[in-house]
Design a protein around this ligand. Structure first.
Ligand code: ADP
Ligand code: MG
Length: 338
């Protein structure tokens, strides 16, 4: 089985809206292992801290009781051990190992999909541990019901205790994570640079860590100060990939949905206020969030570039003056991942 990573602790885990439920559940499990949250299943897409939280649980249980047998293992590794145990006639050993632990942490159980024999064996391990009131913690890249190729009996057991999601971090949490990681690694990261990176690198924590690593390595290597301009240049490729993720079509869909109108209404020549404002908002968002020029944006809305420019100014003015517009705009930015 794999080792617990001593760096993955609750202390090093930065909390935000996106992960606070998962974190609270994990802490609860540490206080009452084998209690009501059994199994604890943490699910969500890649790079959002599932493995980190799982190790944090393991580390904390281990610290609470030196003699507790806490075993961390990836689902793939578990399967390999299982097949090798069969091949070498060591199933007794394998069963003894996994049915005698106090806490079993199995990472990425979506990997068990379509592996029938592995699921069968895991089913027995699972039952033995739950019956013995031993804690099980699992992670998955999806809610178990949405994983194809997993036996229904197992699926239902996966959610017997508590299934809790980790979501992509919001802007505030992304900034906090960057600043905290910079601090831990003794990197002098100015706040405005953290904000610049967090506004752009929006997918997951692993990517944020990657960006920070590149910034610190490159600034050390070239002896350059960490400014926004430096970050823009150093992370050029990475940021370009993120910019490509927001398209004008995407913005149109999001805006139309937000104002409860049709996408085609955004292109229609009608001038009624109820359509004109959303259209201006969509144009302003396109200017701010994509690399497209005014004429390109105009074309996408069947208007010329002066109309786009006017829209950008009008929306900027309304956001200044009216809370409602400011909120709408910020909600839309957030929905688009900013
Ligand atoms: P997952 O297992 O969900 O794919 P990981 O747990 O491997 O993600 O996290 C990816 C990286 O991001 C790890 O280095 C982890 O320490 C870090 N990380 C994720 N979430 C947080 C967080 N909330 N605070 C601090 N570090 C985090
Ligand atoms: Mg993981």
């Amino acid at each position: 089985a794999g080792k617990l990573n001593p760096d993955y602790t609750f202390v090093n885990f930065i909390e935000g809206k996106s992960n606070s439920h998962a974190r609270a559940a994990a802490e609860h499990v540490v206080e009452t292992p084998g209690g009501t949250y059994n199994p604890l299943l943490i699910y969500g897409s890649s790079g959002l801290g599932k493995t980190h939280l799982m190790h944090a649980v393991g580390n904390a249980i281990q610290r609470g009781s030196q003699r507790a047998r806490v075993v961390y293992v990836g689902a793939e590794q578990w399967m390999n051990q299982f097949t090798s145990a069969i091949r070498h006639g060591r199933m007794d050993e394998f069963k003894n190992l996994y049915r005698s632990v106090d806490a079993l942490l199995i990472d990425d159980i979506h990997f068990f999909a379509h592996k029938e024999r592995t699921q069968e064996e895991f089913f027995h391990t699972f039952n033995a541990l739950i019956d013995g009131r031993k804690q099980i913690v699992l992670t998955s890249d999806r809610y178990p019901k949405d994983v194809d190729g997993i036996d229904e009996r197992l699926k239902s057991r996966f959610t017997w205790g508590l299934a809790v999601a980790v979501e992509p971090p919001d802007l505030e949490t992304r900034v906090a994570i960057l600043l905290a990681k910079a601090d831990q690694n003794k990197v002098a990261l100015p706040k405005e640079v953290a904000l610049f990176v967090a506004q752009r690198v929006r997918s997951n924590v692993r990517e944020l860590e990657g960006a920070l690593l590149r910034l610190s390595a490159s600034s050390r290597l070239r002896g350059e100060a960490m400014t926004v301009e430096f970050a823009r240049a150093t992370l050029k490729d990475m940021l370009a990939a993120y910019e490509r993720m927001v398209t004008i079509d995407n913005i149109k869909r999001t805006v139309a949905n937000y104002y409860n109108i049709r996408v085609t209404d955004l292109n229609s020549p009608r001038r009624t206020r109820s359509l004109a404002r959303p259209r201006q908002v969509a144009m302003a968002l396109a200017k701010e969030l994509t690399q497209h020029s005014l004429p390109e944006i105009g074309e996408a809305f069947g208007k010329d570039h002066t109309t786009v420019l006017h829209a950008c100014r009008k929306i900027a003015e309304l956001r200044e003056g009216e809370v409602k517009y400011r909120e709408d705009y910020e909600n839309l930015q957030r929905q688009l991942g900013f």
